[in-house]
Design a protein around this ligand. Structure first.
Ligand code: NAP
Length: 467
């Protein structure tokens, strides 16, 4: 379903009329048109700043350089010693400019920051320059994970960054720009490069005001090449006939994976069409059938990537909810995931396998009439948290992506008013597209996310629900 207001306000006349009527003008988001590249920031300026300690500057400077960015440091800022030292040590050139006007991204290394003095350095870096941030630009903050900080002042500053991020997102969304916070755990420095490739590029257009925690990667999980990161991998995607699942299948295939799309037998025709378009294979299978896991192992086997996307809503207030609606939603959205994974852990999932489950912001905020749906989607968040350690022991990972309002058949079926409210109550002022979820899933399924395990990433344009 298309967003008519977004389409209308992209025209000159539409923009003018919207302005006169005081109607919001959602920004046009720039999305990736092709797969991951070796130098995605070639020809782009990234303004880099740091707090006095700047422990992550070496990893940051080298990651930005490898991405092809022109790294700019402002002549007006004192300090920046960690950035300058990192660049000198690695023989990486820095460009000096006063404002960094037109920069694609502002990146700030807030690691080692303590108390309000550290936060002041962040203010000094961003405040005078924010109005110069390009449309669809990125602000990215990096900090030490709060639990790894050594002092009360450092812990406090680390937590303060979360409130800063959420508030800034609500200021800069109007121009399609986003802000995110990467929290780097001990031993996870090597995984920053992969996260930056997602968060600083058009692959993350609808990811806004989120905290992405990186932890020490499993042995052998780091990436060798950034181009076609899924080459040689076999992936399955459930619910792949249409909507988000079809887009996930397509995006995984774009990055080199061999994809098998799964959907109910009734969707066989649509599934076949989607799979032949992306060069994948379709398998008609109801994920709730008791032998689903066995069939996946038997008929495909050797899985590297498993995406549990199939999901349904059957909304009714709890007092009116029939038992079969409760059971159906619980079984499709959650029970089947647990059963299939248990089976694949015994047989079918390769060492180093990565699993991605689709949750929902409805599982975070809750919605009247969605006790069944909300329970399953929150259950997924707990499930991936709990299973992370077990997956890491086998060199793999399990994560979830929680979509906000996404333009699909599921949301097209909503009544007009809740649909319009669901779309607009977000910093980016619009619903996402299936490809936005597909990009996040593809990131989670790839070695770019080597440091991400047991996490749930909201992809919601900073939807205010549950924010
Ligand atoms: P969709 O358009 O309804 O597509 C879901 C697909 O899953 C359909 O092809 C459906 O087939 C299939 N499916 C349902 N039950 C199945 C089963 N038992 N076995 C195999 N396949 C089955 O939904 P969507 O909007 O793309 O949503 C995909 C996922 O994202 C879901 O988990 C949903 O909860 C989640 N999500 C969506 C949004 C959103 O705004 N759209 C927001 C948050 C979360 P049938 O047509 O036969 O049912």
């Amino acid at each position: 379903m298309s967003d008519r207001l977004l389409d209308f306000t992209q025209t000159a006349m539409g923009k003018q009329i919207a302005g006169l009527l005081g109607v919001p003008t959602p920004p046009k988001l720039r999305r990736a048109k092709s797969g991951y590249a070796q130098q995605p920031l070639e020809g782009k300026k990234v303004l880099l700043g740091s707090a006095s300690a700047g422990e992550l500057s070496p990893a940051l400077v080298s990651a930005l350089h490898e991405m092809g960015a022109t790294i700019v440091v402002s002549t007006e800022l004192p300090g920046l010693a960690p950035v300058k030292k990192a660049a000198t040590d690695a023989k990486i050139p820095l460009k000096t400019e006063a404002t960094g006007e037109g920069a694609h991204a502002y990146v700030f290394d807030a690691s080692g920051m303590e108390g309000t003095a550290g936060l002041r350095q962040l203010y000094d870096f961003l405040q005078p320059r924010l109005s110069k941030l390009a449309a669809n630009g990125r602000v990215l903050l990096l900090s030490r994970a709060a639990q790894d900080t050594a002092s009360v002042a450092a812990y406090t500053a680390s937590m303060a960054l979360r409130g800063f991020t959420k508030s800034l997102g609500k200021e800069i969304g109007k121009k399609g720009a986003t802000v995110n916070l990467v929290e780097v755990g001990a031993g996870a420095e090597g995984t920053i490069a992969g996260a930056l490739r997602f968060l600083l590029t058009e692959h993350s257009a609808y990811v806004d005001a989120q905290f992405l925690a990186l932890s020490k990667p499993a042995k052998g999980a780091l990436l060798n090449s950034f181009v076609l990161p899924l080459a040689g991998k076999t992936a399955i995607v459930t619910g792949a006939a249409r909507g988000i699942g079809a887009s996930i299948a397509e995006t995984l295939a774009r990055e080199g994976a061999s994809v098998v799309g799964i959907d109910r037998p009734a969707e066989e025709g649509a599934l076949g069409l989607t799979m032949s378009r992306i060069g994948g294979r379709g398998l008609a299978l109801d994920v709730t059938s008791p032998d689903a896991g066995d069939r996946l192992a038997r008929e495909i086997g050797g899985l590297d990537i498993v995406v549990h996307n199939a999901g349904v809503t059957r909304d009714k207030m709890l007092r009116n909810m029939p038992q079969h609606w409760w059971d159906q939603v619980l079984d499709i959205n959650l029970g089947s995931i647990l059963r299939i994974n248990e089976s694949l852990f015994q047989n079918g999932l390769n060492k180093g396998g990565r699993i991605v489950c689709i949750s929902s912001i409805g599982g975070i905020s809750g919605n009247a009439g969605q006790t069944n749906y909300g329970a399953t989607k929150a259950g997924i968040i707990g499930y991936v948290e709990k299973l992370a350690e077990q997956m890491a022991k086998n060199g793999g990972a399990i994560n979830a992506v929680a979509p906000g309002f996404i333009e699909t058949q599921m949301t097209a079926a909503m009544p007009l008013m809740p649909r319009e409210v669901g779309r607009r109550l977000a910093s980016l002022n619009q619903g996402g597209l299936p490809v936005d979820i597909a990009e996040a899933v593809t990131f989670m399924a790839s070695p770019l996310a080597a440091g991400v395990n047991g996490r749930t990433l909201r992809v919601c344009g900073q939807n205010f629900m549950g924010a």
